[in-house]
Design a protein around this ligand. Structure first.
Ligand SMILES: Cc1ncc(COP(=O)(O)O)c(C=O)c1O
Length: 402
């Protein structure tokens, strides 16, 4: 077997995303199971060291997901009720949920329409005396403009927490994402570039913060299981703070170690697929393809396209037509402030770029093992779905005029 097997059941013939596993993951997981040590232990420690080395950060702390990672960092920094955190509304809902979970208020700020990343100009306008942190998102793997964001944060005395859930392997100004912000959080969910099933990682250069995170993820326990196991004497742990159970298991970490070893291969394959989409769809004037700025190396966690001509109706018609033909696709990005659970959300200015982006974008399938044949099929179906949606739109507008 090479690459991930498609799950069985009623699947579309081309999924939007697919993990890439082979026997190497199976072998290391089997080793963990045979060892008897399946919770957070030596494999988690090894995964953390390797991940920190990869991104060039001093510390990496593994947890159960990017959501718990974001929550834990905000909590460890003492951010809570009465505090505001600046976030893009155009993201996955987990970004804002983590802020709400610590009792703070997310303040939604608009994005740059070219990159879909938070617009640094708009950040300054949204800062109030209650603002404690900026939480930029590397949208679908496209790194946010961290130098400008960090500069604002330093000047205004704010903490920067980078939501790098989708950005493993992406580079900003030549360096891997994960070491520029005060802390960065990654996800290993199956839609991501490195997959462990569920899982997350926090990277930081702040040793004190990392130690606090390690304490908090393990019920506030002063000694880890691994340290106790290795000790040559009896150790009784203490609980100086009230913590959580956000431990990643060694089973998940074993998968992560193997996946991290394949990251460069995954990136090369994803970039080649993105280049093929660019070549196959670049002539379409009604469609805008991703254009990473020169200072960015994109990991293409997703491949987002914007329908220039049309709005939500046309985009949804394209999604439905693709679905009917066995091509799995998704709307591009959600606008969190439009969800009913965020209807009373604080808006940090106009969100017009966010609203346009969420209505006009969709994701085309991309994953390391996407074959050229399947990709050609996606291109063919996308072109015909787009034509049909635009013909329908023109017919509707003629009818409206008549
Ligand atoms: C931008 C962003 N932040 C956070 C998350 C949450 O990640 P997890 O599922 O690991 O909690 C996701 C997941 O898709 C995401 O896309």
């Amino acid at each position: 077997m090479t690459g991930g097997k498609r799950p069985t059941g009623h699947q579309p013939s081309v999924p939007v995303a697919l993990p890439s596993f082979d026997d190497a993951e199976v072998r290391l997981v089997a080793e963990v199971i045979r060892s008897g040590w399946v919770t957070q232990g030596p494999k988690v420690a090894a995964f953390e060291t390797q991940f920190a080395d990869y991104v060039g950060a001093k510390e990496a702390v593994a947890v159960t997901s990017a959501t718990t990672a974001l929550f834990l960092v905000l909590h460890a920094r003492g951010i809570g009720p009465g505090d505001e955190v600046i976030v893009p509304s155009l993201s996955y809902i987990a970004t804002a949920n983590a802020v709400v979970h610590v009792g703070a208020t997310p303040v939604f700020v608009d994005v740059d329409p070219a990159t879909f990343n938070i617009d640094p100009e708009r950040i300054e306008e949204a800062i109030t005396p209650r603002t404690k942190a900026i939480l930029p998102v590397d949208q679908l793997g496209m790194p946010a403009d961290m130098d400008r964001i960090v500069e604002i944060a330093k000047r205004r005395g704010l903490f920067v927490l980078e939501d790098a859930a989708c950005a493993a392997g992406s580079r900003y100004k030549g360096e891997p994402v994960g070491a520029r912000a005060d802390a960065a959080c990654f996800s290993f969910h199956p839609r991501k570039v490195i997959v462990t099933g569920e899982g997350g990682m926090i990277t930081t250069n702040d040793e004190e913060l990392a130690n606090k995170l390690r304490l908090l993820r393990h019920q506030g326990m002063s000694v880890s299981d691994l340290e106790r196991h290795k000790a040559d004497r009896m150790i009784t742990e203490e609980y100086p703070v009230i913590g959580y159970n956000f431990r990643l298991s060694d089973v998940h970490a074993a998968i992560g170690i193997v996946q991290l070893g394949k990251l460069e291969e995954f990136l090369a394959k994803r970039r080649a697929i993105a280049a093929r989409y660019e070549a196959a769809l670049g002539d379409l004037e009604t469609v805008e393809l991703p254009q990473p700025p020169p200072e960015v190396d994109h990991n293409y966690q997703s491949y987002i396209v914007r329908l220039r001509a049309g709005g939500r109706d046309e985009r949804d018609a394209v999604l439905e037509e693709l679905r009917r033909h066995g091509v799995s696709s998704r709307r591009g990005l959600m606008a969190i402030h439009r969800e009913s659970c965020y209807r009373d959300a604080r808006l940090g200015g106009s969100l017009e770029n966010t609203e346009a982006a969420t209505d006009q974008t969709l994701l085309l399938p991309i994953y390391a093992d996407l074959t050229p044949e399947d990709q050609d099929y996606v291109v063919q179906r996308f072109r015909s779905a787009l034509d049909a949606a635009l013909v329908q739109r023109d017919a509707n507008s003629r009818r409206a005029i008549d």
